[in-house]
Ligand binder design. Sequence first.
Ligand code: HEC
Ligand code: HEC
Ligand code: HEC
Ligand code: HEC
Ligand code: HEC
Ligand code: HEC
Length: 430
Amino acid sequence: MFAAISAVSMNILAAQDKPNAEEGKKLYEANNCGSCHALDKKVIGPALRGVSDRRSEEWLKQWIKNNKKFRESGDADANALFKEYGGAAMNIFENLSDAQIVNILEYIKTAPKPAAVAPKVEGAAATPQAGGNANMYVMLSLVGVFLVVLLILSKVKSTLRRLAAEQAPLDYPLDSSNKPWISKWLPRAMQNMNPVVMSLLITTIVAVFALGYLYKFGITEVGVQKGYAPAQPIKYSHKLHAGDLKIDCKYCHSTAEYSKQASIPALNTCMNCHKGVQKASTATTDEISAEIKKIYAALDYDPEKIGAEAFGNNPRPVKWIRIHNLPDHAYFNHSQHVKVGKLQCQTCHGPIEKMEVVQQWSTLQMGWCIACHRNTGVDVENNNYYKALHEKATADIKANKNKSKYFSADGKVRVTPALNGGLECSKCHY
Ligand code: HEC
Ligand code: HEC
Ligand code: HEC
Ligand code: HEC
Ligand code: HEC
Ligand code: HEC
């Protein structure tokens, strides 16, 4: 009897504690385990499938919670693992409870094995959209030029014919066939038009096309390189690193938060991973990838050697080709937009995490800056930078009600960069 009851209560207890793979999956994703781990391949850390067969649950709990403390406690396996991965450190996850870790392990245990890997479909390289239109303008202009040449030639011919007719009227009678043959194609009203007027007319039409072309693709697009996507010296892919591996933009472009520039990372940043990752997971040979060899060559790094000895004395920096470039007279500051304005990189740079090759997404023209400054609201309420402005705006709304320039129907204070001086020439021009 008692045995039966306790068996039932044991079952209830067990049911409550039953590991939940679905919860585990959420936790695995929320904690970004996938940025360093995959289930079936070594990424930055080991492949995790089967880890519960390799390690005890107790060991895994300690490791995942705080691998540093665990290693320092002298656990031999933990230290061996750390050494095996060349000292690449896993984050500390002290916020995870034991039960949550059990859920994560359950997810790793039960996650379905992937089917045979389909070959990766490369994103089609984006082409500048202007191409098609530009070609049409070139074609039309050429047709125009061709017509003018024809007209001049036929004019020359008819003049010669007239001269000949004056000399020998019998051989060359002056009849209607004496007209430039091209004018026979023209509507009747134009047939008797003075050839000079006609030439002027056609020249004007050609000029309009030529100027239209220059205006559209020359003047307004001087220095504009929307769609510019040069091939870089190393085939580095944002789609792979920022997209698939989910590495944070600021891991590499760390200065975007606090400085004007969003610098290109030093190759040492790449080496945090590429000391270990020497080839693509899809590689069929054991050879180091040719692209990753370029990183090693640039740093004069010898992957056969260990420690400081591996780095030689002849580094040759990689010359990345600069894509975005404002003219010298314009001033742009990343931290102002990323930190103060709280804008996402993608607002201006487009879906970089989907680009195999980076391309310039926006025009970077003055009109582009201004349009956003007019239309984008800034969250002034929860931003210390705007404390004074927020107070001023609230007072203004109190005094002027819905006539205040800061008034917004949703009851919030409306502030755009424009209302904060973001249209003043001197803010953007030296
Ligand atoms: C920044 C990269 C990184 C992140 C994020 C990360 N790990 Fe790790 N993990 C590693 C590395 C690297 C190792 C190998 C040991 C070492 O070098 O510290 C490792 C080792 C492990 C091991 C031991 C594997 C074995 O074969 O014994 C487990 C389990 C593990 N990680 C689970 C997790 C879980 C769960 C998460 C998310 C909560 C996570 N890791 C997040 C980098 C990471
Ligand atoms: C692992 C490092 C790394 C990560 C992560 C990364 N980038 Fe980059 N980024 C680079 C390197 C290297 C270049 C220079 C080569 C190139 O243009 O592809 C670059 C170039 C760029 C450029 C073009 C710079 C120019 O020349 O004008 C932009 C814009 C950019 N990254 C934005 C981003 C954004 C947005 C993210 C996040 C979604 C991101 N990057 C994540 C390394 C990284
Ligand atoms: C956080 C880790 C990490 C960082 C930082 C990192 N990479 Fe990678 N990179 C990887 C991984 C993992 C792969 C292999 C992915 C795969 O094939 O599944 C890879 C693949 C590559 C490849 C493709 C190799 C091939 O043969 O297909 C190149 C090229 C590359 N990385 C260049 C760079 C450069 C340049 C930097 C620095 C700007 C960099 N990586 C920074 C993790 C990283
Ligand atoms: C408000 C629009 C905007 C936002 C938001 C923005 N950028 Fe930029 N970015 C630009 C402009 C404009 C340039 C060209 C700057 C120049 O030539 O001086 C640029 C240039 C760059 C460059 C080339 C190097 C440089 O600093 O000139 C990189 C790399 C870059 N951005 C990365 C990022 C990353 C990463 C983020 C997010 C953390 C980001 N950007 C957010 C507009 C933006
Ligand atoms: C996607 C929207 C967006 C784009 C595009 C944009 N900005 Fe801004 N800009 C902002 C926001 C939001 C702020 C923050 C408001 C502030 O500082 O008062 C800001 C602030 C500024 C400021 C500081 C203004 C002040 O009053 O202190 C300058 C300067 C500036 N931007 C220049 C530029 C330039 C130059 C460009 C074009 C190359 C540009 N911005 C493109 C949204 C944008
Ligand atoms: C929000 C930033 C911003 C403000 C405010 C601004 N400009 Fe500009 N301006 C730019 C940028 C960026 C360029 C470069 C555009 C390019 O390369 O196409 C530019 C270009 C120019 C040019 C060169 C011609 C051209 O189109 O390339 C002139 C002239 C100019 N600005 C005058 C002014 C004057 C006058 C004011 C004040 C009424 C002003 N700008 C306000 C950002 C700004």
